[in-house]
Design a protein around this ligand. Structure first.
Ligand SMILES: [Zn+2]
Length: 254
């Protein structure tokens, strides 16, 4: 099949199913049924790692192994983040406008925050337990390496810092909203975290992603969680095997 024909067929599948500008860039995928997680690898050759990868995410993490982030491990330096909130058909995502003041320094390498988005229920588990939601803050280095900060979300008080995201979230196909979020006020004060090497949790499931999963959850109100679930009933990938990975142990020792 010519690549043009393949693209055209992928486009036919994507129109009306995948929302946003990325609709024609990849085969349609979803979180259930014939295009769900167990079928991702079969949807496109580029997705092979979703099936063959040995260091996939998300995983179940042992909360007891969480530790304070030492300077040589990872430093999360977030403040105000301005960007465009989009509903890309898979999640709500705030795409940032390249500000240099939001970054993670992971083992000496600087990763700038590119976007953050949400999943329900949480993708990672702590001690076998899922949370109602999980926030992923995706950071990229100059050479394209990725560090993702994962933050668990439990039901509780209204999250004022994230309120602009969930007050009137865009539906699939809606125009992007311009927003500014104070990420310093979103993250828990305690940056105790579990570090491990995994993958993107969406196709093409690219590996060698550094994960920094915070052990302390943040809170959102039931109304805020419901506002997200009204758009995305379930957008999580199931737990993947650790295959011998030891969360935290891989980091440089004291
Ligand atoms: Zn994610």
């Amino acid at each position: 099949m010519t690549s043009f024909l393949r693209l055209a067929i992928a486009g036919l599948f994507a129109v009306g199913l995948c929302a946003g500008a990325s609709a024609l860039e990849h085969a349609h995928w979803s979180y259930a049924g014939k295009t769900g997680p167990s079928e991702w690898a079969a949807l496109a050759p580029d997705n092979a790692t979703c099936k063959t990868g040995q260091q996939q995410s998300p995983v179940d993490l042992p909360a007891a192994k969480a530790k304070a982030l030492a300077q040589h491990d990872a430093g999360i330096r977030y403040g105000k983040a301005a960007g465009r909130l989009v509903n890309n058909g898979h999640t709500l995502e705030l795409d940032l406008e390249g500000a240099a003041d939001n970054k993670v320094v992971y083992q000496g390498v600087e990763y700038r925050l590119a976007q953050f988005h949400f999943h329900t229920p949480s993708e990672h588990h702590l001690d076998g337990r899922a949370f109602p939601m999980e926030m992923h803050l995706v950071n990229k280095s100059a050479d394209g390496a990725i560090t993702v900060v994962g933050v668990m979300i439990k039901a509780g008080r209204k999250n004022k810092a994230l309120a602009p995201v969930f007050a009137k979230p865009p539906k699939a196909g809606d125009a992007a909203h311009d927003l500014e979020i104070d990420l310093a006020a979103v993250l828990p004060a305690d940056h105790k975290a579990l570090l491990y090497t995994g993958s993107l949790t969406t196709p093409p499931c690219t590996e060698r992603v550094h994960w920094v999963v915070l052990e302390r959850p943040i809170e959102m109100s039931r109304a805020q969680i419901d506002a997200f679930r009204h758009l995305f009933r379930d957008n999580h990938r199931p737990i993947q095997p650790l295959n011998g990975r030891e969360p935290v142990e891989e980091t440089a020792g004291e």
